[in-house]
Write a protein that binds this ligand. Structure first.
Ligand SMILES: [Cu+2]
Length: 315
């Protein structure tokens, strides 16, 4: 699927799929064009002067012509270019992030080293995946639970920091459906490089279906093994750090696992969400992310197997 292939390639701000990234890419191309033009003019003059060589006959007294050349080529033109670029940057900066009325509110909280994603007022909390509708303005509030992180989806918008005690807001509209890779762009400790996420942009209709589904994610185990898993999960320390809505597990140190079975990856884009990876993660998450804030499980491998069956059914 080309959506997944997209994730293998590095996301580029020069292939914009969001309103803000479009504006930034426009500024980039204009500045690139000016730089190329200046380079060609200056390089051309150097070539011409070296081909023509020195004047044969020295002229007497100062030359008017040389003066004009320096005033115009050395001062006036660079000043005009810089003023134009400054105007362009300030103008674009002001146009970005203007509030709009029918924006969808999303709250993202950065944690060492994963992303909490909440849809305020809708009773939906997930992790490391932002599901959004194409074409509707988004208003993403960015908070941090610990240190400074930075939210960056190169194809959709510029970077915005998540700062403890401050509510930064990012506003943009996704222009085409797809899966867009995001990263933490501010060094935030040992596992900074393994703090990825994805933005899944779908049609407004599909988004409404997803949101309605998330509000009623099944928490009833669908097999005997999964039922044993639920018991093992809620009676061990997992429940002290993780929430599964509809059960007694209501911890908040780790990601909400209510819909963990539906996620494409686990550990903030570290591993594919398969049974064997889940088992590996639960038995020793430090093996995958050495700085991780989740301890290795101290339960039997039977219990781990049951918990994996339980978690896979949460979707
Ligand atoms: Cu971070």
């Amino acid at each position: 699927m080309d959506r997944l292939r997209l994730l293998g390639d590095s996301p580029s701000p020069l292939h914009p799929a969001g309103s803000e990234a479009h504006q930034l890419a426009n500024v980039w191309w204009i500045m690139f064009g000016i730089a190329v033009a200046v380079y060609l003019v200056v390089g051309g003059l150097i070539v011409i002067s070296s081909v023509r060589g020195r004047r044969r006959e020295p002229i007497e007294g100062p030359s008017r012509h040389d003066d004009y050349f320096i005033w115009i080529g050395g001062l006036l033109v660079p000043a005009l270019i810089l003023i134009f670029v400054a105007f362009l940057t300030v103008h674009t900066g002001a146009a970005l992030r203007a509030p709009s009325k029918n924006a969808l509110a999303v709250r993202v909280v950065g944690h060492e080293w994963w992303w909490e994603v909440e849809y305020p007022g809708r009773n939906v909390v997930t992790a490391n995946e932002l599901h959004v509708p194409v074409g509707q303005p988004l208003e993403i509030t960015l908070d941090s639970a610990d240190v400074v992180h930075s939210f960056w989806v190169p194809e959709l918008a510029g970077k915005e920091d998540l700062i403890p005690g401050q509510h930064n807001v990012l506003r943009f509209t996704v222009r085409r459906a797809g899966v867009f890779r995001g990263v933490c762009a501010e060094f935030c400790g040992l596992e900074h490089a393994k703090m990825g996420f994805r933005v899944i942009a779908v049609s407004p209709g599909d988004f409404a279906i997803w949101l309605a589904h998330e509000q009623h994610v099944t928490t009833v185990p669908d097999s005997e093994l999964a039922a044993r898993g639920e018991l093992a999960f809620t009676s061990n320390d997992c429940a002290g750090c993780h929430t599964v809505r509809g059960t007694t597990a209501d911890g908040s140190l780790g990601p909400d696992l209510t819909d963990v079975g539906s996620r494409a990856r686990i550990g903030a884009e570290s591993l594919d969400n398969t049974a064997s990876n889940l088992r590996r993660w639960i038995e020793n998450p430090g093996d995958v992310k050495s700085g991780v804030k989740m301890p290795p499980a101290t339960i039997s491998s039977d219990d781990v197997r049951a918990i994996v069956a339980y978690l896979q059914g949460l979707k």
